[in-house]
Write a protein that binds this ligand. Sequence first.
Ligand SMILES: NC(=O)C1=CN([C@@H]2O[C@H](COP(=O)(O)OP(=O)(O)OC[C@H]3O[C@@H](n4cnc5c(N)ncnc54)[C@H](OP(=O)(O)O)[C@@H]3O)[C@@H](O)[C@H]2O)C=CC1
Ligand SMILES: CC(=O)N[C@@H](CCC(=O)OP(=O)(O)O)C(=O)O
Length: 345
Amino acid sequence: MSKYNVAIVGATGYTGSELVRILINHPDVNITAITSESRKGELFSDVHPQFKDIFDLTLIGIDDLEEEGLDLVFLALPHGVSMDFVKDNHHKSFKIVDLSGDFRLSSKAVYEAWYQKDHHFEQGFDQTVFGLPELYRKRIREGRLVANPGCFPTSAILALAPLMKEGIIDKNQITVDSKTGVTGAGIKSKPNTHFPMVNDNFSAYGVKSHRHTIEIQEIVGKYANSEATVLFTPHLLPVDRGILSTTYTKPTREISTPELEKIFREYYENEPYVRLRSDLPNLKQVRGTNYCDIFTTYDDRTNTIITISVIDNLVKGAAGQAVQNMNIMLGLDETSGLHISPLQP
Ligand SMILES: NC(=O)C1=CN([C@@H]2O[C@H](COP(=O)(O)OP(=O)(O)OC[C@H]3O[C@@H](n4cnc5c(N)ncnc54)[C@H](OP(=O)(O)O)[C@@H]3O)[C@@H](O)[C@H]2O)C=CC1
Ligand SMILES: CC(=O)N[C@@H](CCC(=O)OP(=O)(O)O)C(=O)O
């Protein structure tokens, strides 16, 4: 079988280089083009020296990307930039997996309210499939434009979906408390991700206003055909990668830990990238991999269901999930190229 040709737009960033790390070991695809505006003309290994003698291509500008022979394009671009690429290219022959948040929400109005940014391509919302394979695999298979989920939403929605589907929690009392590594903020240093701010430190941010609040709320609500209210607070950890999310929900009927475990087991029975844990998961156990590890328990003292999930923000939270989506969209084995063991210790 001949290989599929894929391009990575925004290859100088963290998710772009993570896509390269995964795709160079993929048996069914070739990376045929990589782009950058700020470093075009340079070699990929000049920007990411860890790839020296492993993988190289010359970075080209977005406008030099050729449609012919291209099967799929990954957009590893910031919000607000992806939408323009999609607007200009959605009619072309290649499929698109967009890693940004530009098409994850239900409408232009919701996007503009939470991202505080104008949206330039309203029609894109109708064409997009939310790319969480565990919930929307069938639609992803038919999709030409897939919005790869946000990193926090991936960890939170996977922890909440079985509870929502089973209808056993109060949908208006959902609390998600998440901690993330610094690579979530992208490759360019900002004041809050500057080394002295992060190292030996720990802080909350985006309180009451983080854009992932609405992404989690819309998806879990839609999935259960009802409204939901989510309270979400992210925190910045002094680690490179990984997200740990703890969700607190209130049961609407009597429940026990063994019954919860059974609900999660049945729900994720055939999922290659959800591992149910009977012990408490931690970040290094999924580092570098596409796994989401989930632990669930019922606390009768406070009448609370506690669910803890961990992912690597750059893999299941971004590039790995994007490759999983690509595999589904191209009709490949969903796990192709994703057989990666965790980097622990
Ligand atoms: N980091 C993470 O954990 C996750 C990130 N995401 C999302 O994935 C996307 C990429 O994130 P990440 O890789 O971390 O971001 P980075 O900041 O690390 O990289 C962004 C890339 O976009 C390119 N870029 C920036 N501005 C423009 C522009 N105006 N035109 C064209 N290219 C541009 C940059 O290339 P250059 O400057 O060389 O032109 C760079 O390659 C973002 O939307 C992010 O929110 C989603 C889930 C997790
Ligand atoms: C540490 C840090 O800043 N993390 C980012 C995570 C963003 C992300 O990766 O998701 P999107 O694709 O939706 O931007 C943040 O909280 O904005």
